[in-house]
Design a protein around this ligand. Structure first.
Ligand code: MN
Length: 269
């Protein structure tokens, strides 16, 4: 009887341990720093190859697996050329830990304030993809029409920099105050558009943030086509929720292909 009770307690404790750990967060934070940074470099190449960061202006970041108040970005360099030597560590105040004489992106405050506001976020993509710009400047919401973009249900909120920065900014989120306002506009969403500028996609892993950025661009292009043809039938709430459940497995398949293409099309790592 006593043995049976002990066994039952062991089973209950194992069950409690199993359900109290979010599987996605575990998958990412159990990676070593070297693994995280290798994935970060590859992800930069993928974002360039997929035209999400087509020039020298967009950027990716990943939260430190060791310190939740720090994250990694490359020095100010085109994503398609980023190597391990370009990686810099930054804190959530936007301060470089060890600049090594290098400069990083002025818009690092986008990343810093999103990490501060969203403990669930482990990676952030900042993109200037032209496909999303129309949805930030016309009032037409970016809602999901492709089943791979069910996460856009909401629809994606739009950050208006004039609300926080007034009528005369250079449109760049280059202070902590502007970063805070942007993170507030993002709220719990996976994507926030920036009027006349671009968008940011966040995720619980590099792969999720990168795939959300790629499918945000794809959905924006598809929706623009659909709007030209007539009235649009969007994904409904239940369809979007169901696709979200299976998306992560599908992302792995896409990731493999994006990796092969990026390695073939960008300079050697
Ligand atoms: Mn920008």
């Amino acid at each position: 009887m006593r043995g049976g009770r002990a066994a039952l307690r062991a089973i209950l404790l194992a069950l409690l341990a199993a359900i109290s750990v979010p599987p996605l967060a575990l998958a990412q934070s159990s990676q070593s720093l070297a693994e995280v940074l290798d994935e970060f470099v590859l992800a930069n190449r993928i974002l360039a190859d997929q035209s999400i960061i087509a020039d020298g202006f967009g950027h990716l970041s990943v939260r430190s697996p060791a310190d939740p108040n720090r994250f990694y970005m490359s020095r100010a360099r085109a994503a398609g050329l980023v190597t391990r030597e370009d990686v810099l560590e930054i804190d959530t105040d936007g301060k470089l830990i060890d600049p090594q004489g290098k400069r990083t992106f002025i818009e690092r405050y986008i990343h810093a304030e999103i990490y501060r506001a969203r403990p669930d976020v482990r990676a952030v993509v900042h993109s200037h993809a032209p496909s999303v710009i129309p949805f930030g400047v016309t009032g037409t919401p970016l809602r999901p029409v492709s089943h791979m973009a069910g996460f856009l249900l909401g629809p994606a909120p739009v950050f208006e920099i004039r609300e926080a920065g007034g009528e005369a900014t250079d449109m760049l989120v280059k202070t902590g105050a502007l970063g805070k306002a942007l993170a507030q506009k993002l709220g719990p969403a996976p994507v926030v558009l920036m009027r006349g500028h671009g968008f940011n996609a966040v995720g619980t892993s590099i792969r999720q943030a990168v795939s959300r950025a790629i499918y945000t661009d794809l959905n924006a292009r598809t929706l623009t086509e659909a709007l030209r043809m007539g009235s649009v039938n969007y994904l409904n709430e239940r369809e979007a929720a169901l696709i979200a459940e299976t998306n992560d497995a599908v992302i792995e398949r896409s990731w493999e292909l994006w990796k092969v293409r990026a390695l073939a099309n960008t300079p050697k790592l």
